[in-house]
Design a protein around this ligand. Structure first.
Ligand code: SF4
Length: 264
């Protein structure tokens, strides 16, 4: 079953073991997912089954700026200062046409109300790094941008994300333009794409090596709930995730596996 979409432009703050007090930002429509990929494992269900008639309405830059100001002022007055703000939301945040501008306003509001110790993170699929304002926005306003890179070959990219295989090279080209980022990689087994297969992981590691000086660390995941009804994606065992993490460490990168404690 898909999980519900975020129903606001800001959500939380909630207490997170990883990030401390954590506030989410959703700069995307409230009534549908807006994404350029169609991941087999997407928690919001398949992109292609979303309503696609007309242009999805994203919030305006002005509405987002007003929401940042209003909510950050309220939290500061209540002395509820988040440790971290994470931009993600109902799909791919860099698809917003004013990504650079509202990211600047977000960073300004963060500093004004919380101070610069509140970190700003970004979760992105990395497909839109061909746009100069996306690159500039990420470099200038995000403390911890996390990039999705989890395939070694174009065939895996096409099968896992149900898009053109050319997207892999486009993503790699974009990553070369960034100075520093985290890699997030989710592994699944599926007849359409098995990115945990040894040959696929070997190709993925070659890509990581080309970015070794830019990668802060590598985060490794698998599904933490069953995939959407339409998908045949299966979880990867933690033992296999640990093997992959060891292979990452063998190329002098730090890696951490995030899996449920009940997993084996
Ligand atoms: S990039 Fe994220 S939001 Fe988009 S389809 Fe994949 S998992 Fe879903």
């Amino acid at each position: 079953m898909p999980i519900p979409l975020q129903d606001g432009w800001l959500y939380g703050p909630v207490d997170s073991r990883r990030y401390g007090r954590s506030l989410g930002v959703n700069p995307l429509p409230l009534d549908r997912k807006l994404c350029s990929l169609d991941c087999l494992y997407c928690q919001y269900g398949f992109t292609r089954t979303q309503e696609v008639a007309g242009r999805a309405e994203v919030p305006s830059m002005e509405d987002l700026a007003a929401a940042f100001d209003r909510e950050f002022a309220r939290l500061a007055a209540a002395d509820d200062i988040p440790d971290r703000i994470t931009v993600a939301g109902n799909g791919e945040p860099t698809l917003h046409p004013d990504f650079y501008e509202w990211s600047r306003l977000l960073a300004e509001s963060r500093t004004k109300y919380f101070g610069a110790t509140t970190q700003i993170g970004l979760l992105t699929n990395g497909l839109h790094l061909n746009k100069p304002d996306v690159i500039s926005g990420i470099q200038e306003f995000y403390d911890e941008p996390a990039m999705k890179l989890e395939c070694g070959t174009p065939e895996c990219f096409a099968g896992l994300y149900q898009v053109s295989p050319k997207g892999l090279q486009r993503t790699l080209n974009g990553l070369h333009q960034l100075n520093s980022f985290v890699i997030q990689a989710l592994f699944i087994h599926s007849p359409s794409a098995d990115n945990a297969a040894p040959a696929e992981v070997a190709e993925w590691l070659k890509h990581l090596e080309t970015f070794r000086d830019k990668i802060r660390h590598v985060e490794i995941y698998t599904l933490d709930r069953p995939a959407a009804d339409q998908s045949d994606a299966q979880r990867v065992r933690v033992a296999r995730l640990n093997e992959i993490a060891d292979q990452v460490r063998a190329i002098d990168l730090t890696a951490e596996v995030f899996a449920r404690e009940s997993d084996v």
